[in-house]
Design a protein around this ligand. Sequence first.
Ligand SMILES: Nc1ncnc2c1ncn2[C@@H]1O[C@H](COP(=O)(O)OP(=O)(O)OP(=O)(O)O)[C@@H](O)[C@H]1O
Ligand SMILES: [Mg+2]
Length: 257
Amino acid sequence: MKMISFCNKKGGVGKTTLCKNVAYKLADDNKKVLLIDLDTQASLSYLLQYENIDMSKSLHKIIASDCEIPINKVIQPTKYKNIDIIVGGETLRKTLSIMREIYDNHNWYLVGLQVYKKNVDIFDSYDYVLIDYPPTTDDLSLNWLIFSDLIIVPTNCDSTSFKGILDLNNNLELIITELKRNKPILKIVFNNISDNDNRTKIMKWLNKYDFSKLLSNVEIKTSEVFTTSNNDFISIWENPYYWRQKQAYKELIKEIK
Ligand SMILES: Nc1ncnc2c1ncn2[C@@H]1O[C@H](COP(=O)(O)OP(=O)(O)OP(=O)(O)O)[C@@H](O)[C@H]1O
Ligand SMILES: [Mg+2]
C-alpha cells in the first residue's frame, strides 16, 4: 500500500480535483484505491456521489471510539469499480475536541498512525490510499501527513499558494522533528496554469526556499474539462476528448506510482 496525500494550506488550488482524477486512473488500471476525505466541505465525497451515501461514516467514528471500531465499518463502496471511500463532512468538526479528550499530548500526533496500525490488514488490502485535505494543516491533517509516503502539493502561480506550501512545510517539519520521524516526500505540482501566467515570482520563491527540487516535471494546464467533469460527476477519463490533459495526468501518475 502506498499512501498519497493531496495537501496545500491554500484553498482552491486543485487538491480535490487531482486526488479524484488520479484515483479514477489508478482504479482504471486495476489498482484498488481507498479514498479518505478529511475535509469538512466533503467535496471529494460529494463528487464520488453514489446512492445511499452515509455521511456519518467519517474517520470521526473511528477516532472517537479510540480505534475500538474497525475501519471497515466506515469504508463505503463507490459507483466506481476499485474505489472505496471514507467520507469527510461536518462530523469531522468534532474530531479535534474528541481527540483532546481521549489522547494525551504525548500521543496527539500519533492518532492517525494508531488507526493505521490497528487496521493494517485492511489498509494493506488496497494498492493506494489517497487522502484529500482541507485547506488547513490542522492537527487532524498533520496526523495523516506525517506518515504519508508522498505529499502532492498542488499550486498555482500566485503568492498565497506559495505561502500555503511554506506553511505546510514548516508545520510538518516542526512535528516530525518533535516525533523524530523522517519527513515525507513532497512533490509540488503546478495546476490550473495558463500560458500567460507569470511564474517569475513563484519560481524565485521556490528557489529561495530550496523547493524547486520538489517540483514535478508535470504541469496541469487550465482546462474547462476539470470543471465540467466535476459538474457532471464524472472523471476526465470518461470524457472522450482532452487527450493533452489526460496525457499530463498519465505522466504525473508515472512519477508518483
Ligand atoms: N487544471 C484546472 N483547470 C481548470 N479548472 C481547474 C483545474 N483544476 C481545478 N480546477 C477547478 O478549480 C476549482 C477548485 O479546485 P478544487 O476543488 O480541486 O481545489 P481544492 O484545492 O480542493 O479546494 P479546497 O481548498 O476548497 O478544498 C474547481 O472548480 C475545479 O474544477
Ligand atoms: Mg478540496
